[in-house]
Design a protein around this ligand. Sequence first.
Ligand code: GDP
Length: 367
Amino acid sequence: MPSKKTNNQSALRVQEGIAQPPQLNEELLKVPVKKKPLQEAGYYISGILDGNRTILSQAITLVESALPAHQVVAQKIIEGCMTHSGNSVRVGITGVPGVGKSTFIEAFGMHVIDRGHKVAVLAIDPSSQRSKGSILGDKTRMEELSVKNEAYIRPSPSAGSLGGVARKTRETIVLCEAAGFGVIIIETVGVGQSETAVHSMTDFFLLLMLAGAGDELQGIKRGIMEMADALIINKADGDNITKAQQASVQYQNALHLFPPPPSGWAPRTGTCSALSGIGIAEVWDLVLEYLELTRSNGYFRQNRNSQAISLMMESLNEQLFSSFFSNPDVEKEYQKIRESVGTNSYSPYSGALHLMQVYLKSVRQGD
Ligand code: GDP
């Protein structure tokens, strides 16, 4: 029978350690944290135009804020920066998690800086929550680039609807361009709708892929391959080089089957190793070649213009929708009409027409 151990014979007994000082300086907790007072838009605009990164960050925080007072200032800042923006090349980068996007952006960004440019890296990840650490744009993932004076890395605006997150990113592009960043990289995970959003705000769209993983495995839809201006197989190093080159040829053949894009540019494939830096310069050369072609054939301008017009239409849609549904007269009538349409006592078209008449009448009376 095991003998009963006394307390201080137990292996689990707690040793008294050496007293440690508290890890937090309690005194500091008593100092009230000063909130940065909201400044006039002009303060942010001139700071941004001077290339002041702290002020740029503050302005982006206002763009991302949901507070109406912040939004008022943010819209003025965007207006003020608008005429100083647009002189950049906007590169969208997508690919499944693990394909090497951040490793690629680090190497690519460093190369582009070596060629004399300033680079801003933004991200669109509607699932990210900044408080929990954003998946994309996390500074620790681009250690070398993030400490460069010529680079600015901003994590994805925190979780929200894709439309909301995309809008904030578009507005952030304007501010970064006004601050002198000539190359804007926008990263997104290649698993959902966000690629389309990134494509709609960039000039050049790059799809990173891996050799040997079937398209299904990589979650890449045909539609996304069709949007790509370049399809680059990453991790072409070690034993993987031949496989990567074969994959590149296969994709090049597959791309021939797609209808020619309106840019007049024939999408290219290639290989690179983001880790060793091999092939990175060639990707930048592709971007330059693309720019030369699309600037000379007029597509670059035309595409930017149609992107701006679709953005305006999207925004108009949203505003009309929100004005319609926040109208008190519509609100009163809406449930009734909804039920009537649901029980077939009213046709859907007449229901919509009736609600529209209620709305227009209410708006006219409010004038
Ligand atoms: P992301 O999720 O797409 O941003 O991918 P990461 O950049 O975080 O890379 C995922 C993993 O792949 C990391 O362990 C990287 O070190 C590795 N990786 C990235 N690029 C390369 C490459 O070119 N070659 C090799 N061998 N590994 C790479």
